[in-house]
Design a protein around this ligand. Structure first.
Ligand SMILES: NC(=O)c1ccc[n+]([C@@H]2O[C@H](COP(=O)([O-])OP(=O)(O)OC[C@H]3O[C@@H](n4cnc5c(N)ncnc54)[C@H](O)[C@@H]3O)[C@@H](O)[C@H]2O)c1
Ligand SMILES: [Zn+2]
Length: 352
């Protein structure tokens, strides 16, 4: 499958290619650049190097980064920028990011700021990154405990999605990736939810990636800078980010997708309390997430801390908390102002 994204920053199209061995296309997309520099997640690369080395040219410039959600920060970005400089990258160099959502977000952001922006290609190696994170040009890192507070819209020239790369990904990360795909099902395409209900996810994984990517590309093409419809993609993320950042300080941090799973349950409950959706929808989403094996409640009981993060969420405008909520399977709304008592009840629903 080949999808095309328009870029608000330039007239180049960003291509999303989803197929086994999509990485074979790298030489085509690298033509015309003065230098190709690969920045890879060290851990992902250690699993995939036998596979990757067949396609990524020998003698390549390779930077291996030890990266994780905790190190998704400006220090890592600075380290990448220093390496780009040290290795002689100029404005016409091409950065190839190989890794999960954390690596792609951070390296894409480094590419957006090096010499005011150089071109990059994303080769996502996790389910979250293949179905969602690497597509759409949102790049960035965390500031202190606030998720993705620093960032830029910077479309990669190409996103090469090779489902073969998921073979080495641990099951827990596959499940976390499925959470973002469930999100697409609830706010955009009910076919995804039907597929979850009718099939074993392992049998339809590539189809799920394609449906999710298609939905995301279509939404981003309509609203690249998130002034409207793109906000739908934030479903589950206002409360989800609060759970995620709070859990990072504990001995058992949640994965991004796991936090979004809990966030989606809470925000569907909020939709129910606000009269946006029917009460059955909360049950529907709980059942699907439970079937996948994702968490639907959080051990964090600190309601005040969660609320503090909701108030500071970067999606708010003019001091108002604005919510993306599901209306029915496959359809959502955004910019919804919810009542504080309902927000508290929704938090309590998943923290009790
Ligand atoms: N930019 C966006 O639009 C967007 C959308 C969704 C999520 N995100 C971001 O994505 C991040 C989460 O991404 P993630 O879940 O990919 O996390 P991640 O990048 O930390 O990867 C998860 C783990 O899998 C390992 N790994 C990666 N590929 C592997 C492979 N093929 N085999 C074995 N191990 C492998 C990594 O080393 C890491 O330990 C969050 O920071 C989130 O904010 C961004
Ligand atoms: Zn997400």
């Amino acid at each position: 499958m080949k999808l095309s994204l328009s870029s608000p920053q330039s007239d180049i199209k960003s291509m999303v290619v989803i197929e086994p061995e999509a990485i074979k296309l790298l030489p085509d997309y690298s033509r015309g650049h003065t230098k190709l520099i690969v920045v890879a997640d060290k851990n992902a690369y250690s699993h995939l190097h036998d596979y990757l080395d067949q396609y990524v040219a020998a003698g390549k410039d390779l930077i291996e980064l030890e990266i994780s959600e905790k190190a998704k920060d400006l220090k890592t970005v600075e380290a990448v920028l220093r390496e780009l400089k040290a290795r002689g990258c100029d404005r016409k160099s091409l950065v190839v990011a190989i890794g999960g959502g954390v690596l792609c977000d951070a390296v894409g952001y480094a590419a957006s700021s090096y010499m005011r922006g150089i071109q990059w290609i994303a080769i996502p190696t996790t389910l979250i990154a293949q179905a969602d994170a690497a597509i759409g040009g949102k790049t960035g890192v965390n500031l202190e405990e606030y998720k993705n507070l620093i960032g830029a819209f910077w479309q990669p020239k190409a996103v090469l999605v090779d489902p073969n790369m998921l073979k080495t990904l641990p099951e827990r990360h596959i499940k976390a990736g499925l959470a973002e795909i469930v999100k697409m099902g609830f706010i955009d395409n009910k076919q995804i939810v039907e597929l979850f209900n009718s099939s074993e996810t392992n049998d339809v994984l590539t189809q799920l990636i394609e449906l999710s990517a298609e939905g995301k590309v279509s939404i981003v093409n309509d609203d690249p800078m998130e002034s409207g419809e793109r906000k739908l993609l934030n479903f589950g993320h206002t409360l989800g980010h609060a759970f995620e950042s709070l859990s990072l300080a504990t001995s058992e941090p949640l994965l991004h997708g796991e936090a979004i799973s809990i966030g989606m349950v809470a925000e569907t409950k909020l939709a129910e309390l606000e009269g946006v959706c029917a009460p059955e929808l909360t049950k529907t989403i709980q059942e699907i997430l439970t079937k996948i094996g994702l968490p639907t409640s959080s051990s964090s009981q600190d309601r005040d801390e969660i609320l503090k993060r909701v108030v500071l969420d970067k999606k708010n405008e003019g001091g108002k908390t604005l919510w993306t909520l599901p209306k029915e399977v496959g359809r959502g709304i955004y910019n919804h102002q919810a009542r504080e008592e309902n927000i508290i009840s929704a938090i309590d629903f998943v923290t009790k």
